[in-house]
Design a protein around this ligand. Structure first.
Ligand code: G1P
Length: 309
């Protein structure tokens, strides 16, 4: 008799939002860095919408002190809604009401100390339970062309076939390896395949020691086996509990894959990457593009002749 394996998809996404955002001071002194806005939406909203587009209904935010605004962003705002209703502003009214997920689908837990990404994910263990789960880092904003599924949906579709943990990867320059978790590929990449099996992972290796230029970006699908390792709280790169290290330890027991996603990733944890995201996403909207392009051209002519870039 043929045994049909029960194929699972992640039903929970963990979104770590406890970071202090020191690179964006003074903007992030009192405001969570995840509320920084790309065009007209805060970063955290992009992350949540990406999870929802992938069919993930349970969202676990791992927060910290001073992050209450994040919960408010996904709640009703009766005063504001009343004002919009009184002015017949139907469109923004529907927009802000649609932001509120089905009751009971948002969970908040605190990472009381900044001990690293691995520790933040471990803080979500009781809320994740015994099923595969996704991790989405809001700093990494991934834009996909219209018609292309968002990156987490792409990953969930792969996971349904594979049933093994995976991380989204992209190629970075040799000098940049020290900013990322880097994948050590187990095989030569076959042309056209989006999946690369890993034989190891290294967190933020120096360019000389990097096993490849395949960098992990902030999208993961993991299985609950990871929690036992994270619970050991072993310090890795930068003295922090690294998610990358725990995944690397699991490789001998469980295959792990890098997934080359379709889309453009913006590093919104960095001031320049953040500006690039704003510009690129604004240019996607026709109305904004029409006003921005002449301005960009004007800026270019202002800067290039006398101020070589
Ligand atoms: C984290 C991870 C790293 C990953 C990166 C992606 O690093 O530890 O492995 O490559 O996110 O953005 P962070 O940027 O939080 O230092």
């Amino acid at each position: 008799m043929k045994i049909v394996k029960n194929r699972m998809r992640p039903r929970t996404a963990v979104i770590p939002v406890a970071g202090l955002g020191t690179r964006f001071l003074p903007a992030t002194k009192a405001m969570p860095k995840e509320m920084l806005t790309v065009v007209d939406k805060p970063l955290v909203q992009y992350a949540l919408e990406e999870a929802q587009a992938a069919g993930i209904e349970r969202i676990v935010f791992v927060t910290g002190r001073g992050k209450e605004m994040l919960a408010d962003h996904f709640d009703y705002t009766p005063e504001l809604e009343g004002a919009l209703r009184a002015r017949n502003r139907e469109e923004p009214l529907q927009q802000i009401r649609a932001l509120v997920p089905t009751p009971g689908c948002l969970f908040f837990t605190r990472q009381n100390e900044p001990l690293g990404l691995g520790h933040a994910v471990w803080c979500a263990r009781h809320l994740v339970g015994d099923r595969p789960f996704a991790v989405i880092l809001p700093d990494d904003l991934v834009w996909s062309e219209p018609g292309t599924p968002p990156v987490m949906q792409q990953m969930c579709e792969q996971f349904e076939q594979l049933q093994n943990p995976m991380v989204a990867i992209m190629t970075v320059s040799q000098q940049e390896t020290s900013k990322y978790g880097i994948l050590d590929p187990a095989e030569v990449e076959s042309d056209g395949s989006r999946l690369v099996r890993a034989k190891g992972l290294v967190e933020k290796p120096s360019p000389q020691h990097a096993p490849s230029r395949m960098a992990i970006i902030g999208r993961y699908i993991l299985t609950p086996d990871i929690f036992e390792l994270l619970g050991q709280k072993r310090a890795g790169a930068g003295g922090e509990v690294q998610l990358t290290d725990a995944m690397a330890h699991l490789i001998p027991r469980q295959p792990l894959y890098g997934f080359r996603f379709q889309g453009t990733r913006f590093d919104c944890g960095d001031k320049v990457g953040f500006q690039m995201a704003n510009l690129a996403l604004a240019l996607e909207q026709q109305e904004m593009r029409e006003r921005l392009l002449p301005f960009i051209n004007e800026q270019l002519s202002r800067w290039t002749p006398d101020h070589p870039i």
